[in-house]
Ligand binder design. Structure first.
Ligand SMILES: Nc1ncnc2c1ncn2[C@@H]1O[C@H](COP(=O)(O)OP(=O)(O)OP(=O)(O)O)[C@@H](O)[C@H]1O
Ligand SMILES: [Mg+2]
Length: 249
């Protein structure tokens, strides 16, 4: 396995007209690991994701995938690079069954199922893996939030990614559902998929991530293990809203 990070982000900045959403941010995503990104609302997390995923290019800076410059690549080039993502706002095909949603991803993703039979086989495998098999005939719009989230994950997995981006995939889940989602993410990672996730639920970040990057007002303010960043006085102050002295008191 190569030591080159799967993703290297170098000094990226994103400006939307007057607003600087991301400012001079650099970090790497280690191959095979689960890396997290946290930060308050509006910190620039989704914007960072969108740039790495080729949704829009950075205003400044460079992005490398497997050591190759992909700064100006478009999202549709990405399936060829074995990168897949979920969106903060879920985008299932509402009037299709769970199965057809996943078949569509298997077919149009880079896994390049050559025919419908192959796409269906891949979909069945992914539905079993994600625990959605029993619900494969339910229309996606008729499912509750936890299953919708699972479906998002299943659709992403149907493209056989090497690298999976999850943007707040656990938002709206209760603690038991969160535990289930954590287990599924861990299993996906154990199957060899590198994961980069944005998450507000600290329980998930702490239990899953090897390394965490903290953004605040578009800037990277800390990076380290979950334990290191949670104990960083600046992170505690700006992100958790407590001063170190108060927390220790
Ligand atoms: N397409 C856009 N056009 C203009 N401003 C944008 C756009 N996308 C994001 N922003 C702004 O950039 C800043 C960062 O937004 P972003 O969505 O990246 O934050 P976030 O960290 O993902 O927040 P949240 O936790 O609420 O999802 C915000 O001020 C947001 O309003
Ligand atoms: Mg966001």
């Amino acid at each position: 396995m190569s030591d080159t990070p799967i993703i290297e982000v170098s000094h990226i900045t994103k400006r939307f007209k007057g607003l600087t959403a991301v400012k001079d941010v650099s970090f790497t995503i280690k191959r095979g690991a689960i890396t997290g990104m946290i930060g308050p609302n509006g910190a620039g997390k989704s914007t960072t994701f969108n740039m790495i995923c080729g949704y829009y290019p950075p205003t400044e800076g460079k992005i490398f995938y497997d050591g190759k410059d992909i700064t100006d690549k478009k999202a549709y080039d990405y399936t060829n690079m074995k990168v897949s993502r979920t969106f903060q706002i879920m985008k299932p095909l509402k009037n299709l069954s769970v199965l057809d949603n996943v078949v569509a991803s298997a077919w149009f993703g880079h896994a390049a199922a050559k025919n419908e039979r192959q796409a269906r086989e891949k979909a069945m495998e992914v539905l079993q893996f994600t625990g959605l098999y029993e619900k494969r005939h339910v229309l996606s719009k008729d499912m509750g939030t936890p299953d919708q989230k699972r479906l998002e994950m299943a659709r992403a997995l149907a493209t056989s990614p090497q690298l999976l981006f999850l943007d707040e995939n656990m938002a709206g889940l209760n603690p038991a559902e969160t535990e289930e989602a954590i287990k599924l993410i861990r299993r996906i990672n154990e199957s060899g998929v590198t994961i980069f996730l944005i998450e507000h639920i600290m329980q998930a970040v702490v239990s899953l991530c090897e390394e965490v990057i903290v953004l605040h007002h578009g800037e990277k303010i800390a990076v380290g293990t979950p334990d290191e960043v949670m104990n960083d006085p600046y992170v505690m102050e700006v992100y958790l809203g407590v001063k170190k002295e108060d927390a220790d008191a």
